[in-house]
Design a protein around this ligand. Structure first.
Ligand SMILES: [Fe+2]
Ligand SMILES: [Fe+2]
Ligand SMILES: [Fe+2]
Ligand SMILES: [Fe+2]
Length: 417
């Protein structure tokens, strides 16, 4: 599929009345967990498009371009409304959060498996273990509060057990910035992977920024605060991978191409017929945006779209599915890794006066007050052991203990046992 070869509809033909903008929500008990994660992924993709359009307007003196951006942005906003209303009213903030972290795990793993650039793959594998741990912490809160088992919500496609413990994920901010890719030499799939994961993690960060204060108890509000600050680190990491040497209109073209690619992938992957129809309709709306962005690039920068996207054919499409073996392998081999500026290093290699330990001491003292630790320890205190869903023994021996929450792995030398 090459969206540059698809005949575009007019951009204006996308406008809908109020009944068509308000979708029929899915049934949370019947729909595939991956339909829920696709809804979150595309909601985040649209959010990124909308905010990219606003930022571009604020940096652009030409009102003809600003009007074109306003037109595209109005449609992106409408798409976001259509997608966001798919979430049913009876799906709680915390249940929805489980799908956010399931998406983070399975999307990150899938992108890492297909990523040819070593640095980008390392970034994905690194954050994978952190979101995997978030899934476990939120799952224990959910089980403790209302008795809902996350293994049902994730359809048994993901294991629920500790990852790199969240307490160890807090790094000095300098250590979250990576080298950016070069769009001229990067593989097409690398450019897509970086754009997709940045928008998805940003969506998670924004969601936690908004829902923390809406949550119904102190522990939950604190949990969203703490994990929200890790999502800030993830968005810093992934956003730093984006090529900084592209113009706004080149970026616009790449945004529209990424949207075409994702809607087409979702369309091919989708099992819910009603939602499949939405992905198809949005794909055609994005084709219209893509052609408009190519025209703008030609008109204002005298560049052909092939200078940004040399081959318009989609690389392999994105599919969402279970990645249990992959996650176990990364856990077994890299749970003790932290990051030092652009590198990933074993925590044992850091000197005692490293920024990592200073920052850990500033935010995690006393350890008994760290929310992601409290949520597990209080569960253990009331029920005897934590809530988990595992297919077999945890791949990290130190994380097998179910009656004591481990606060050493990832933050002390050789703590993986
Ligand atoms: Fe869009
Ligand atoms: Fe996360
Ligand atoms: Fe994340
Ligand atoms: Fe678009």
């Amino acid at each position: 599929m090459n969206p540059f070869e698809v005949t575009p509809r007019s951009v204006d033909s996308a406008f809908k009345n109020w009944s068509r903008i308000y979708s029929k929500p899915y049934n949370k008990h019947e729909v595939s967990p991956y339909t829920k994660t696709r809804v979150i992924l595309m909601n985040g993709t649209e959010f990124e498009s909308v905010w990219f359009g606003h930022q571009t307007q604020r940096n652009c003196p030409n009102n003809d371009i600003r009007r074109d951006l306003a037109l595209i942005r109005r449609v992106e906003q409408q798409q976001q409304k259509v997608i966001a209303s798919l979430k049913p009213m009876d799906e709680t903030i915390l249940e929805h959060t489980i799908s956010y972290e399931q998406l983070a795990v399975d999307l990150t793993a899938e992108l890492a498996k297909r990523e040819p650039d070593k640095n980008v793959k390392a970034a994905l594998d690194f954050a994978l273990l952190e979101d995997f741990d978030h899934l476990y912490r939120y799952s224990d809160l959910l089980e403790a509060m209302v008795g809902v088992k996350s293994e049902e919500l994730v359809g048994h496609y993901a294991e629920i057990m500790p990852g790199r413990p969240t307490i160890s994920e807090h790094r000095y901010p300098f250590d979250n910035v990576r080298f950016f890719i070069n769009c001229k030499s990067a593989a097409p799939i690398t450019k897509l992977n970086v754009a997709i994961i940045t928008a998805a993690e940003q969506q998670t960060m924004n969601y936690y920024m908004n829902v923390a204060a809406l949550f119904e108890n102190d522990l939950g509000r604190q949990l969203y605060q703490e994990i929200g600050l890790i999502e800030e680190q993830h968005v810093t990491q992934y956003g730093s991978l984006l090529d900084t040497k592209t113009t706004f209109l080149e970026h616009l073209l790449m945004h529209e191409y990424t949207e075409c690619y994702l809607y087409y992938s979702c369309y091919e992957d989708e099992t819910d017929l009603y939602i499949k129809g939405i992905w198809e309709e949005h794909f055609h709306q994005e084709v219209a945006h893509l052609h408009m962005a190519a025209d703008m690039l030609k008109k204002y920068e005298k560049k052909d779209w092939q200078e940004v996207i040399p081959n318009g054919n989609f690389p392999q499409l994105l599919t969402l599915h279970e990645n249990k073996a992959y996650v176990r392998d990364i856990l077994a081999n890299t749970v003790q890794i932290t990051s030092k500026k652009e590198e990933y290093v074993d925590v044992a290699s850091l000197s005692n006066d490293d920024d990592f330990f200073k920052f850990q001491n500033a935010v995690n003292q006393p350890v008994e007050e760290v929310p992601t630790h409290i949520v597990i320890q209080s569960y253990i205190d009331s029920k005897g052991e934590d809530y988990r869903y595992q297919d077999s023994d945890h791949p990290v021996p130190a994380l097998r203990d179910r009656v004591k929450d481990n606060v050493s792995v990832g933050r002390e030398a050789n703590a993986n046992g």
